[in-house]
Design a protein around this ligand. Structure first.
Ligand code: APR
Ligand code: PHB
Length: 388
């Protein structure tokens, strides 16, 4: 078998890349380890930047998102007994975010790929990358389940735990990473949101986030110890802790309901440089991950794919490699801005065990600054809605 672009992974990065390439007349095959049902049900974050929304609409996969997604024009920072709104409409006019679950984006992309006759294969075992070394003479190809797929280019969109990054020879990549000493426990609950906007809360007991998915479904996160297990957190304990942390301003009552999904996410940051080797290009979580406090993971994946699509379109049009050669450099500027923003939001809002009273005062002082200075609030707002 042969295709122009062999894509590993059917997350948002791989599926969107396949679809954008199709719109440019470029063929691809997507190889996904998990089942379609599994990837469509996997609950992840759900904040889309304006640029992400625009990309999905332009690609013709934004119809349901525009109908069911929830546009937001601000967020609340809650700490010290009060809530403070960061008003996007005032600070970054014309820019907003849309709350729409990542697995809904994935469902829409899979439906669009299949409707267009796209080749997306699920439950594909033992995908392996070959022929990356330009000296190998064979050109890049993928093997899986006894088959071979020759490609002009391979896109590694297989997430943090995928096979594409480890197939790059030792010594080529520089890795930058940070592990945070805590995790997030996330839940999806059958209950109307208790707030119209997202609430990011800092308390002495740790961080909490109130988000939502629809008028009847809410999403919450709690800062928990890094070694927390789901078993440690029966539903009653989760609601009790969410209540203590979120009911920290007068007059706010948290509505509770049936918990439909529960999961612990480690908090870490990771960047690989460069994001390419030979004719293999990494995109999304395969190349970088951020702690979710800034809601940047999915948006970075979409941004990578936009850059890669342009580079591949130029390459397949006339063989020019300038954009492909500059792919990594073009992506890494945005990647590092998002790394910094995600670190900043995380540091601002979480409790760190080894923080002394001085460090905690600094944190509160910074929060006061962000919620009282227009310049500081604009820094948060323009990064949150997404830089151009
Ligand atoms: N072979 C085939 N597929 C694989 C392999 C493999 N060896 N390893 C992983 N995969 C698949 C995973 O099952 C997953 O469906 O690759 C896909 C990667 O998708 P994501 O993890 O969703 O990564 P990405 O598409 O880059 O999207 C980034 O996902 O983790 C969130 O916060 C992150 O929102 C961001 C988004
Ligand atoms: C979510 O709704 O899942 C969500 C929202 C904001 C974040 C992270 C996750 O910062």
């Amino acid at each position: 078998m042969r295709t122009q672009v062999g894509i590993i992974g059917a997350g948002p990065a791989g599926l969107l890349l396949s679809h954008l390439l199709h719109l440019r007349g470029i063929s691809s095959v997507v190889l996904e380890k998990r089942s379609r049902d599994y990837v469509e049900r996997r609950v992840r974050a759900g904040v889309l930047e304006q640029g992400t929304v625009d990309t999905l609409v332009e690609a013709g996969v934004g119809e349901r998102m525009l109908r069911e997604g929830l546009p937001h024009h601000g967020i609340e920072l809650r700490y010290g007994g009060a809530g403070h709104r960061i008003p996007f409409e005032k600070l970054v006019p014309g820019r907003a975010i849309t709350v729409y679950g990542q697995q809904e984006v994935v469902k829409d992309l899979i439906a669009a790929r299949l409707a267009a006759g796209g080749d997306v294969r699920f439950e594909v075992e033992d995908v392996a990358v070959h022929g990356l070394d330009p000296a190998s003479g064979s050109g890049p190809y993928l093997t899986f389940g006894g088959e071979r797929l020759d490609c002009d280019v391979i896109a590694g969109c297989d997430g943090f735990h995928g096979v594409s990054r480890p197939s790059i020879p030792e010594g080529v990549l520089s890795i930058f990473e940070r592990e945070y000493p805590f995790a997030w426990l996330g839940i999806l609950a059958k209950v109307a949101p208790s707030s119209e906007e997202l609430i990011y809360t800092r308390t002495e007991r740790g961080f909490a986030l109130h988000s939502m998915r629809s008028p009847t479904v809410s999403r919450f996160y709690l800062q928990v110890p890094a070694d927390a297990r789901e078993e440690d957190w029966p539903d009653e304990r989760i609601w009790a802790e969410l209540k203590v942390r979120l009911e920290s301003v007068p007059g706010f009552t948290l509505a509770t309901g049936e918990i439909m999904e529960k999961g612990v996410t480690p908090m870490r940051a990771f960047v690989t440089e460069p994001m390419q080797y030979g004719r293999l290009y990494l995109a999304g979580d395969a190349a970088h991950i951020v702690p979710p406090t800034g809601a940047k993971g999915l948006n970075l994946a979409v941004a990578d794919v936009r850059v890669l699509t342009e580079a591949l379109a130029a390459y397949f049009a006339d063989g020019s490699t300038a954009l492909l050669d500059g792919y990594s450099e073009a992506c890494l500027k945005r990647v590092w801005r998002a790394q910094h923003f995600s670190w900043w939001m995380t540091t601002l809002l979480h409790t760190f065990e080894d923080d002394d009273p001085y460090a905690r005062r600094l944190q509160l002082s910074y929060l006061d600054y962000v919620t009282s200075s227009e310049a500081a609030a604009t820094t948060l707002a323009e990064n949150y809605v997404g830089l151009p």
